[in-house]
Design a protein around this ligand. Structure first.
Ligand SMILES: Cc1cc2nc3c(=O)[nH]c(=O)nc-3n(C[C@H](O)[C@H](O)[C@H](O)COP(=O)(O)OP(=O)(O)OC[C@H]3O[C@@H](n4cnc5c(N)ncnc54)[C@H](O)[C@@H]3O)c2cc1C
Length: 425
């Protein structure tokens, strides 16, 4: 067995792993960063449509609001100790000037690759040893480590006889989301073998496939909407924003935000639906929309129903509402019955999208679930089960909403893991 001298070994050169490696090196530790790809930060380079929304200054309502998981409060300590302002300063110190779009923060270059380069350069500058094209396939405790030394891990490399030895190990292998970037959930398997509990993983920040042929007729529509997720009859989440209709269902930022709830509900065999209000800025009450439509019908009585929604709703959407209410487009508006008025009011304010499935990990921006945070210290990211084992980033059961929150989590947890592992080196 070839023995390496490295003290802190970080697996995964994504956002969290690079931050952890840099911070461990800054404490004076000897650091080895291992990555299966031929370059670091493959996923990071694709973030924010190539522009990288790397944090967000709005940190109100964190636990359960901007951050989710079985124990979302876990994230608060890390997010407060290395929050967005510190992250902005940190990146500025390595050359990344911030560009603010409201509370959303991007590199001034608007290039995600510049964030990857800045991290990589800094790691090299600090003497972090970077090992690319190195797929770790198994991680175990080094049982030969002395009884007083709780640390000590062995890492097996795919296609090689080499076994890498680590005193401190930081797992930053990400989730299963966007597996083409290298994140295939390997770290979950090792953590489980080391005694950790896994919270089931589901795709998050993704679109939802819905039942019915009407989506083909609405594809391409973008409209403001209020969404309520129902598991059976119980509302479990709400969201508002620009909804996008696709030929298979619903998408857009508000759908991404709620998709994790739908994914878990479907996984548990529940009837999941999203009730959509297409006029969220007017009212969410059916009676109000009924009155609005009644007056509109009086004003536009000389038209036919094909024009009834023109100027209020997207035409494609209006056509589908008529179709679902079984109203002929040629029917005169003046002939609209009370029952028909009720039907179109109801479809406008609480259209039911029956969820079939969420898009798979391949199309998801992150995963919900992962290593249970109950077994990890929120102050250090160290395992409470295996000493000297640390976790950082999306591998943990914490998922953020869109808007820079997942990268902020990668920086905060990576920072704490790196500092803690390095300080103990
Ligand atoms: C298209 C897209 C856009 C996004 N946009 C944003 C955004 O603008 N803002 C935001 O906040 N979040 C965004 N996210 C989410 C964000 O990118 C992730 O939450 C974040 O990158 C997770 O970082 P991580 O370091 O935990 O994991 P990852 O970035 O997934 O890194 C894990 C690394 O570990 C390596 N690895 C895995 N297994 C092994 C192994 N066995 N051996 C060796 N190496 C291994 C992988 O190759 C990978 O490089 C986006 C995600 C996607 C997919």
């Amino acid at each position: 067995m070839r023995k390496e001298k490295n003290k802190v070994v970080v697996v995964g050169a994504g956002a969290a792993g690079m931050m952890a490696a840099i911070e461990a090196a800054r404490t004076g530790a000897e650091v080895l960063l291992i990555e299966r790809n031929s370059q670091p930060g493959k996923k990071l380079a694709t973030t924010g449509n190539g522009r990288c929304n790397f944090t967000n200054l709005d940190m109100e309502d964190l636990a359960g609001g901007k951050y989710r998981g079985q124990e979302p409060k876990f994230a608060e300590i890390a997010l407060k100790s290395f929050g967005p302002e510190k992250v902005v300063d940190w990146f500025r110190s390595v050359g990344i000037e911030p560009k603010y779009r409201g509370t959303y923060v991007y590199p001034y270059s608007d290039q995600a690759v510049s964030v990857v380069s800045a991290l990589w350069d800094e790691a090299e500058h600090l003497g972090v040893e970077l090992l690319f094209n190195t797929l770790i396939r198994k991680v175990r405790k080094d049982e030969t480590a002395g009884a007083d030394n709780a640390g000590g891990f062995l890492l097996w490399v795919e296609g090689s006889e080499a076994v890498i030895k680590a005193d401190k190990l930081i797992l930053a292998t990400g989730s299963k989301a966007a597996p083409k970037t290298g994140s295939t959930g390997d770290g979950y398997v090792w953590a489980k073998a080391l005694g950790h509990t896994l919270v089931p993983q589901v795709p998050a920040l993704t679109a939802i496939k819905c039942k019915g042929n009407q989506y083909r007729d609405m594809a391409g529509v973008r409209t403001d909407a209020g969404l309520s997720v129902k598991a059976g009859n119980e509302i479990i989440a709400t969201e508002e924003g620009e909804l996008q209709l696709t030929d298979y269902g619903i998408s857009g930022i508000p759908v991404f935000q709620i998709s994790r709830y739908v994914a878990y509900g479907l996984r548990e065999g529940k009837d999941m639906s999203v009730y959509i209000n297409f006029l969220p800025h007017i009212s969410d009450k059916k009676e109000d929309i009924y009155e609005l439509y009644k007056k509109r019908a009086e004003r536009l009585s000389y038209k036919d129903m094909g024009s009834f929604f023109t100027g209020l709703l997207n035409q494609k959407l209006g056509n589908v509402i008529l179709q679902l209410a079984h109203i002929d487009r040629k029917q005169p508006v003046g002939k609209l019955s009370k029952k028909q008025l009720e039907a179109i009011s109801s479809l406008t304010v609480s259209y039911k999208a029956e969820c079939v499935e969420v898009n798979p990990f391949a199309n998801a921006q992150c995963a919900a679930g992962g290593i249970s945070t109950t077994e990890v210290s929120p102050h250090t990211m160290e395992s409470r089960i295996v000493k000297c084992l640390y976790f950082a980033g999306e591998i943990l059961d914490i998922d953020g909403i869109c808007g820079g929150y997942n990268l902020q989590w990668a920086w905060s947890s990576g920072y704490l893991a790196g500092r803690s592992a390095g300080n103990n080196a």
